[in-house]
Unconditional design. Structure first.
Length: 170
């Protein structure tokens, strides 16, 4: 199995530069490269950089670029590291892609922080991707969701299953 990791930005790739006093994209290398070195995986992978944006700043053009990268990739298994605020919107924009398994994941704290959930979330995505059918999924908080069935809960700061009334919209 070979996995393509696509970096799009989001908290997972941010740092806390002293000069800015807030999270920002300061690290030059995608977080997933460092995470893979930590775990010494037994599968082939490559990492490509698409964007370094907060997901709230992503545009339709950015999502088109991500979709094009996924469509043109030789790999059938793709994990996209992404900001959590607009993860579902990007998943929806990728839903037309057939014959590939795409999992979006990210983190609530930057991967560079020891308390980050980044390694756990990427690990969940990696562990599941080989066994999933083709389609688009979200791996967060130790769970795997078909993108149409989840939403980020602002109160709990985690992804949860949509309430039944919400599922009729998709």
């Amino acid at each position: 199995m070979a996995i393509l990791f696509v970096q799009t930005g989001g908290t997972i790739d941010k740092d806390y530069p002293k000069v800015m006093a807030s999270y920002a994209f300061e690290i030059s290398s995608p977080a997933v490269k460092r995470l893979m070195k930590q775990v010494n995986p037994s599968f082939r992978y490559r990492v490509v950089e698409a964007l370094k944006k907060d997901s709230l700043d992503m545009t339709d053009k950015d999502r088109e670029k991500i979709a094009k990268m996924c469509l043109e990739a030789k790999e059938k298994h793709i994990i996209i590291t992404h900001g959590t605020d607009a993860m579902v919107q990007t998943a929806e924009a990728l839903d037309f892609i057939k014959n590939k398994t795409i999992v979006l994941t990210g983190a609530m704290l930057p991967a560079i922080h020891i308390e980050s959930d980044a390694l756990f979330n990427v690990g969940t995505a990696v562990g599941a991707i080989e066994y999933l059918d083709h389609g688009v999924f979200i791996a967060m908080n130790g769970k795997l969701f078909p993108w149409k069935k989840c939403v980020k809960s602002g109160k709990k700061m985690k992804f949860i299953v949509k309430k039944r009334a919400d599922t009729t919209k998709n």
